[in-house]
Design a protein around this ligand. Sequence first.
Ligand code: HEC
Length: 205
Amino acid sequence: MLEEPCIIQMNIDRFTAMLNLRLADDQRARIEQSLAEAHTQLGQAIQRLARAIEQDEQAEVCTQARPLPGRSHPRQSVSMIMRRWALVAFVAGATCGVVRSASAQDAAAGEAVFKSQCGICHSVQAGKNLVGPSLFGIVGRPAGKAPGFHYSPANRDSGLTWDAATLDRYLTSPGTVVPHTIMTYGGLKDAKKRADLIAYLSTLH
Ligand code: HEC
C-alpha cells in the first residue's frame, strides 16, 4: 500500500518556486482552495488505485512460482515500483496542472472584470438567479439551462453551447450572436479582458 500520498501535500510555495510564478493573494487563495479539493479527490483515487494494485499484485504472485524463502520475487517488486512511480507522476502532473492553468490565464483579473461588468446582473453561486441566470458552471454548458431562470426564446432556442470560443464571440457583442436576447449588455470589446473573464468563468465549477 502507498502510505500517505506525500507528493500531493507538497505545499504551494514549493510549486510556485518550481514554476517560477508570483501570485497575488487572492489568486493564491483560490489556487489553495482548488488544490485542497483536488487533493481530497486524488487522495481518494489513490487509495482506490492502491487497493486495486494490491489485489492485482496478489493475483500476479499466485500465478507465479513461489519465491525462495526469505527473498522477494524480483519480477513482482520491479513491477510494483514502476506502477507506484507512474501513480506519483500522475498525481504530480495533475497538481501542477491546477497551478498552471489557474495562473497562466489570469483568472484573478477576470474576476475583477466580472465584478465591474457582469456582477450587477449575474451571480456566480449555483442556483442564484438575479436579472440574469446564475453563471455557475457556465463554461461548457448548453444555452438556456440555468434551473429556474426564465430565458428569452432567443437564448433558450439558440442551440449554442458556452465553450470558450462561443463565449468570446458572445461577450464581444451579445445581440449579434443571440439576436433578440434580453441581456441588455453592449459587449466587452477588449480581447484581453474577455480572455481573463472567460478564464475566471472556467473556474466556476
Ligand atoms: C444588464 C444585465 C446583464 C449584464 C450586465 C450581463 N448580463 Fe448576461 N444575461 C443577462 C440576462 C437577462 C440573460 C438572459 C438572456 C436571455 O434569456 O435572452 C443573460 C444571459 C447570459 C448568458 C447566457 C446564459 C445561459 O445560461 O444561456 C451568459 C453566458 C452571460 N449572460 C454572460 C454574461 C457576462 C460574462 C457578462 C459580463 C461581461 C454579462 N452576462 C452581463 C443579463 C445581463
